[in-house]
Design a protein around this ligand. Structure first.
Ligand code: ACO
Length: 319
């Protein structure tokens, strides 16, 4: 059996928070934020809307678009760093309940911004081993819950949102995910972290932005070079390059180093900011809805996040 990327869905919270919101509250300017990050606005979930609510809405769309029933889903994986509850119950269990799915394995994974690619890799392994047939993977984040709004160097970067996909078994190799590579390096753990509630610090996200930036550009570039070489892929074999949306300057530096054409590069960071594990599926969904992503398109995914974690994937879209 092979794993095929059958459908995509996303949920984008209605409330828009522009850069002016930050200008009104801290020592910053719209020009600084746009020049250093490319971000113009981000979406913020309602107070009573949790990560599992965002994930459930994205999942419903992905299930409908895959033309399957909720009863066909046999594994649920949710990637998040902003779960409804700390450690338990998992957000995946809550999403399963909200979808009315009973008696299936459901778990969360923590790989920060690389979470969706990690989830995709786990789904692929379960399908190729023959253990599961239709895996629901979700990247969902209510980062506004864990952002420190007194830290002007990080708070303007992040937004809320969710994306989901159905990965299904197929015996047609031409429709299969081509390859996924995931990795991690815990020695760089202090670049991005959220202190535990029992520590002396508040449980807000902390980031050494400038150092993270340099490692991100280096790692994302070499990661893509490796997966392309390992699979004998050339730039012209890729329809869309969909990197994690952390910062316009990171995407530009990586895209230029890899010599992708502008029309191949997918950019959503200006509208949504960094939504961590949700950023790649939200971007895939946008390409699907505006017609850039078609059945048979080949997409290249690339992400980097706290841990540190990183990963890339070459995927044939089969939706
Ligand atoms: N407004 C105005 N000035 C600011 C602001 C602000 N909001 N924030 C910082 N500054 C100032 C700093 O104080 C500094 O001033 P100084 O030169 O007088 O000391 C100056 O701007 C430059 O600060 P840097 O931190 O060096 O700015 P940089 O160009 O690195 O941009 C940023 C900061 C946007 C955070 C960038 O480093 C970045 O995007 N980093 C990587 C983010 C990322 O990829 N994260 C990984 C994924 S996230 C995840 O896994 C959850």
């Amino acid at each position: 059996m092979y794993a095929s990327f059958k459908s995509i869905g996303a949920y984008i919270p209605e409330q828009i928070r522009t850069n002016q919101w930050f200008v009104d509250r801290m020592d910053t300017t719209n020009e600084w934020i746009v020049k250093r990050t490319g971000i113009e606005q981000r979406r913020i979930a309602q107070e009573d809307e949790n990560t599992s609510d965002l994930g459930t809405k994205a999942a419903k769309l992905a299930i409908n678009r895959a033309n399957i029933q909720t009863t066909d889903v046999d594994l649920i994986i949710c990637a998040t760093i902003s779960p409804d509850f700390l450690t338990m119950p998992s957000t995946a269990c809550l999403i399963a309940h909200k979808l009315g799915i009973k008696d299936v394995m459901a778990l969360d994974i923590s790989a920060a911004c690389t979470g969706f690619i990690y989830a995709l890799n786990i789904a692929k392994a379960f399908i190729e081993s023959g253990m599961k047939k239709n895996v629901l993977i979700i990247g969902a984040e209510k980062l506004s819950n864990i952002v420190d709004y007194t830290d002007r160097t990080t708070c303007m970067l992040f937004g809320d949102g969710a994306g989901a996909a159905i990965i299904s078994a197929t015996d047609d190799k031409d429709k299969a995910i081509v390859d996924i590579q995931c990795s991690a390096d815990g020695s760089l753990q202090d670049l991005l972290l959220t202190p535990a509630p029992h520590s002396s610090e508040a449980s807000f996200m902390q980031m050494k932005g400038n150092e993270t930036f340099k490692v991100a550009v280096r790692t994302l570039t070499s990661d893509v070079q490796k997966i392309m070489e390992n699979n004998s892929y050339k730039n012209e074999d890729i329809d869309l390059f969909i990197p994690h949306q952390a910062n316009y300057r990171i995407i530009k530096a990586v895209g230029d180093a890899l010599k992708f054409k502008d029309e191949q590069k997918v950019l959503t960071v200006a509208k949504y900011g960094n939504t961590s594990s949700a950023s790649i599926p939200m971007a895939i969904n946008e390409c699907f809805e505006d017609g850039r992503l078609k059945n048979g398109s080949t997409i290249l995914l690339d992400a980097f996040g706290g841990g540190l974690t990183w990963g890339s994937a070459i995927v044939k879209f089969n939706g």
